[in-house]
Design a protein around this ligand. Structure first.
Ligand code: KG4
Length: 313
């Protein structure tokens, strides 16, 4: 079963063809990061226009690379939310041009999913297909947002997460002991205190003349974020008696998060599913896979579907 996946929720136009929910036949991304860079963030109108320009050629290229024609597709999956409404509409309009049919698929529950992106930091207990228990989430900034804000403050550009990650590789994560957030509800996250601590420290250092090397600041900040994430994810798996942990979202491209999570999962005998970095950030393949499983479970979306910018799990 071949599913075309279309993802235009934010600033990446992404299209993929995935066969039987796992074989990625093509997976293309047209990034708009360069268009938003000078604004220091994603400008919705600019994003919508860029999606419009990119979507049709990208669909054609994804089909060509997968070696199939429109008629060879069994289904189309598209992000209807959450995201920027104008951006979502472009993908939905493109998806409505193509039609779908059902098949079979299976998921490997129960597991704990840690979803960590520019918009989310969320721990979810996935009990069975499409039955989720949200264990905790961010009380303020999403992790990717915090990475981007701190990176911008340090002058690393946009999107700052990957730049901060790269810089941190040359730094000492123990150089500065930044605060680890303690939240009242065990599985919630908070990053505003940490963010403020970085800003305060850098400002104070600039005034005093002594400056911690940028790579040490990056590594220390990253360590403070990742340590809490790994602790909470592992605690959630333990508490729920779950042996599988699944990671998803753009921040999972972070090398330190991948390394520490792998180390801890190995030590605790937990099976860890981490997508390759290009399947962690926004992409069409994840939408095609999700579409495959929902279709297999008998779900249908009618042609009058609307964009839902605030869609919840
Ligand atoms: O899932 P995603 O592609 O889409 C949104 O949620 O927007 O996640 C993008 C986020 C951005 O904030 C980006 O800075 C962050 O993921 N990100 C990273 C890394 N790669 C992407 N953060 C830390 N380290 C990385 N290597």
């Amino acid at each position: 079963m071949k599913v075309l996946g279309i993802e235009t929720s934010c600033d990446e136009t992404a299209v993929a063809v995935v066969e039987d929910g796992r074989e990625v036949r093509s997976n293309l991304i047209s990034s708009q990061a360069h268009l938003h860079e000078r604004f220091g963030g994603v400008v919705p109108e600019v994003a919508s226009r860029a999606h419009l320009e990119a979507i049709n050629p990208l669909v054609e290229m994804a089909l060509a690379e997968a070696g199939i024609a429109f008629a060879g597709l069994d289904a189309v999956a598209v992000t209807v939310g959450p995201g920027l409404v104008g951006a979502l509409l472009v993908g939905i309009a493109a998806a409505k041009a193509v039609l779908s049919d059902p098949s079979d698929g299976s998921l490997d529950e129960p597991y704990v999913a840690f979803l960590v992106s520019g918009g989310h930091t969320m721990l979810v207990h996935v009990l069975e297909p499409f039955r989720y228990e949200v264990l905790g989430q961010t009380l303020d900034d999403a992790a990717g947002e915090a990475f981007d804000k701190v990176a911008r403050f340090l002058g690393l550009g946009f999107p700052g997460g990957p730049a901060l990650d790269a810089l941190a590789q040359a730094g000492d994560p123990a150089a500065v002991r930044f605060p680890r957030a303690v939240t009242e509800r065990g599985y919630d996250f908070s990053l505003s205190g940490l963010k403020t601590a970085v800003v305060r420290r850098v400002k104070a250092e600039r005034a005093s003349g002594h400056q911690t090397p940028l790579e040490d600041l990056a590594a220390s900040f990253q360590e403070a974020v990742v340590e809490v994430q790994v602790d909470k994810t592992m605690a959630a798996a333990r508490d729920r008696g779950v042996r599988t942990v699944v990671l998803g979202g753009g921040v999972v491209a972070n090398t330190r998060l991948r390394a520490l999570m792998t180390e801890r999962a190995d030590a605790e005998g937990i099976r860890l599913a981490i997508p390759p970095p290009d399947l962690c950030t926004d992409n069409g393949a994840m939408i095609a896979c999700a579409g495959f499983h929902r279709l297999a479970a008998g779900e249908r979306t009618s042609l009058d579907v609307r964009a839902n910018p605030g869609l919840r799990l």
